[in-house]
Structures are given as structure tokens and as C-alpha cells.
Design a protein around this ligand. Structure first.
Ligand SMILES: CSCCC(=O)C(=O)COP(=O)(O)O
Ligand SMILES: [Mg+2]
Length: 233
């Protein structure tokens, strides 16, 4: 088998859940109304506002904004919400309001795996443009050159095994050559059903209680990236 391709989730895996929930989501919540009022006629923004309003059954942009704020509060992984968040977070990153958190062990391992010849890819519910911003404006600098491919929920939901089959297909790899890293066992179950190798990230700073036994659904469990050997089953 050629060197494993490492496909990684972001929130709770490379990066802290607290950064997403306490910095990015509140920024989106407080800026979305103004963002849609100011940019709502731009085709890229209008496309996603309309997609959201269809699913929200809303009659006006004001209703849609209210619905989108509800989705932010519920942490809905809706593709239109994620796309709009990506577009508006750009302003916060560019203004220096925040930089994305990436765990030091993740930065070190990603750099080492890349130097060792592993292909790295991202699969997150955050939109691909949001992923580029995240790793482009990280606390560790611009990490985008480490990654060769980027996937979001436009390829399918992370708990759906067909999404991993499509990713393998796009990457022209056998699914057994892909190691998927995530903090969510249901996502890992779907990847395993598609034939991928899996690794559960179980970080104490994200999950107060360690997950053991049945809670791991049989996925190898790690607290840090540097415990992972990408070529082990
Ligand atoms: C990369 S954008 C910020 C994260 C985000 O919006 C999100 O929903 C993260 O979900 P993940 O699939 O990375 O757990
Ligand atoms: Mg996650």
C-alpha cells in the first residue's frame, strides 16, 4: 500500500471546540444581519441566503437572518449556513479580530507527516473557503501549503459513508489508503463503513470525560496527534 493519505476533521481534532464555539460562532451571530444587509445582493451571498430561506420557509431576509441565528445557536451543520459563515468570517480574520486555534501537537505532526510524503486533506462541516481561512490565518501561521485537498458537506454529510466513498473516488485512492481523524465516533463509523482506517481524537481540553470501551465504537483512540502512526491499521 502507498503511504496513507490523512484526512482530518477540524473542530475537536486539529483545533479546540472552544475556539469555534466561543469565538467564531459568536462573531457570526453578531455580524450576520449586517453582512446580509450589506452583501446580500452579491451572487455568492444571495445563492446561500436563498438556499437557507428555502429550508427555513422564510418570507424575507429578516426572517432568514432570524432562522440562521437559530441554526448557529443549535450548531446546525447546514451547508448554506456554513457557506455564509465562511464568507463573513473573512472580515474578522482580515481585520485581525482573531486567529484560528490549532493544537501544537497537530501542527507538529501535520508538518512531519507532510515532510514524510503523506498527502494531507481536510474534511470539515465548515465550508471549503472557511477551511482555507482557518488554516491560512492560524495561530501557527499559514498552514494551507500542507494540504492537497479540501472537502466540506457539499460532498455529503460527515455521518454518511457515501461521502467517504466519494472522497476516495475524487482522490483516486482506495478507501483503505485513507486514515480519517475525528473527535466524533459517528463520523468515524461512516468512514469505517466505507473502508477507511480511523482514529478517534479524544482531547481532554475538548471532552472532560475520557471515552473508553464502548464509547469508542472500536476506533483506535488518541489524545494527541503525535501518538498516531499513520501507517498502522
Ligand atoms: C473550518 S470552519 C469552523 C468550524 C465549523 O464551522 C464547523 O462546523 C466545524 O465542524 P467540524 O466538521 O470541523 O467538526
Ligand atoms: Mg469535529
Amino acid at each position: 500500500m502507498s503511504k496513507r493519505l490523512i484526512l482530518t476533521d477540524i473542530e475537536g481534532t486539529t483545533s479546540s471546540i472552544a475556539f469555534v464555539k466561543q469565538v467564531l460562532f459568536p462573531y457570526a451571530r453578531s455580524h450576520i444581519a449586517k453582512f446580509i444587509a450589506e452583501h446580500g445582493e452579491e451572487p455568492d451571498v444571495r445563492r446561500w441566503v436563498e438556499a437557507a430561506s428555502e429550508d427555513l420557509n422564510s418570507q424575507s431576509d429578516r426572517d432568514t437572518v432570524r432562522g440562521l441565528i437559530g441554526w448557529i445557536d443549535q450548531d446546525r451543520k447546514h451547508t448554506a449556513l456554513k457557506a455564509l459563515q465562511g464568507l463573513l468570517w473573512k472580515h474578522g480574520y482580515a481585520a485581525g479580530d482573531y486567529r484560528a486555534h490549532v493544537y501544537a501537537d497537530a501542527v507538529e505532526s501535520l508538518r512531519r507527516w507532510h515532510a514524510d510524503g503523506h498527502t494531507l486533506a481536510v474534511y470539515s462541516s465548515g465550508s471549503v473557503p472557511a477551511q482555507h481561512l482557518f488554516f491560512g490565518y492560524s495561530e501557527a501561521g499559514d498552514l494551507r501549503p500542507l494540504f492537497d485537498a479540501w472537502f466540506d458537506t457539499e460532498i455529503g454529510g460527515k455521518r454518511d459513508s457515501d461521502s467517504y466513498r466519494r472522497i476516495a473516488n475524487e482522490l483516486q485512492r482506495n478507501s483503505a489508503e485513507i486514515l480519517f481523524l475525528s473527535d466524533v465516533v459517528e463520523e468515524l463509523d461512516a468512514a469505517r463503513d466505507a473502508g477507511c482506517a480511523t482514529a478517534l481524537l479524544d482531547r481532554r481540553s475538548d471532552y472532560a470525560e475520557a471515552r473508553h470501551g464502548e464509547a469508542c465504537h472500536g476506533h483506535p483512540r488518541y489524545e494527541r496527534f503525535d501518538e498516531i502512526n499513520p501507517n498502522q491499521p
